[in-house]
Design a protein around this ligand. Sequence first.
Ligand SMILES: Cc1ncc(C[n+]2csc(CCOP(=O)(O)OP(=O)(O)O)c2C)c(N)n1
Ligand SMILES: [Mg+2]
Length: 285
Amino acid sequence: MVTVMDYKGIDTTWCPGCGNFAIINGLKQALAGLEIQPHEVVICSGVGQAAKLPLYMKCNAFNGLHGRTLTYATGVQLVNPGIKTIAVGGDGDGFAEGGNHFLHAIRRNPDVAYFAHNNQVYGLTKGQASPTSDHGFVTVTTPEGVYHGRFNPAAVAVALNAGFVARTHTGDMEHMIKMMQLALRHRGFAFVEIMQPCVTYNKVNTLKWYREKSYDVSADKNFDPADRQAAFKKALEWEESFPIGLLYKAERTVMSDNIPALKAGALSAKPSAVRDVRRLIESFR
Ligand SMILES: Cc1ncc(C[n+]2csc(CCOP(=O)(O)OP(=O)(O)O)c2C)c(N)n1
Ligand SMILES: [Mg+2]
């Protein structure tokens, strides 16, 4: 039996009260609940407070440049489609620096569960506005408030026909774990926007704010997540209230099934590939 203790890593450096604690605890519970062992998982990330998550868990990890999170996860899937691949990162990492990769990951549809920690601010670099900051949000870089409208990741994902689009928040652990498990079970690119508080740099979009503003989309029995137009309409809702839950689901061919070279098996399992890499490493000695 897999337990959360199997994923226990080192102590974190997040601020007390940070939404990242709920996300890391929820992710451990989601993985353990699905009986997925640490050696069967790789978590990819770039830079940011959210991106530190894999460093605090005991499992395979790939940590690289800011905004390139989804390229690492796509690369993992090209080499070893059999490994459970998770990408995590913040709103700045995913939708500013990494915005272009978000679009193309949806298009390629690798078997990656992408958990975007959306605190609507740049936490690590001390509170600048991010693409998902609300219009009028006051920060050190926007003393008169953000002039522009917010980037809506869930609506973009539906518009690009992502196979799985969900939203949740860290104020409802049970719901968040459920969305994570649905995403982990989905074969193909599964996007979960996790709204989370930044207790230090975002005093507006608090846990209380997320709880008050959100409603569970599954409460509407007439809502069908396979209906793309209905999903898009839902995903656009934000000002008055916003939906959480499974917003959209579509049948898509998974990236690795589209690539002829992978039909003969995973590249990672080919002995020749390992030998060639060894030779390459030796050449740098
Ligand atoms: C190429 C590059 N550009 C900018 C930075 C500086 N930087 C580091 S993290 C970050 C934004 C972090 O915000 P977010 O992704 O929302 O993560 P959070 O800290 O809020 O979890 C920025 C701009 C960087 N490290 N590398
Ligand atoms: Mg952020």
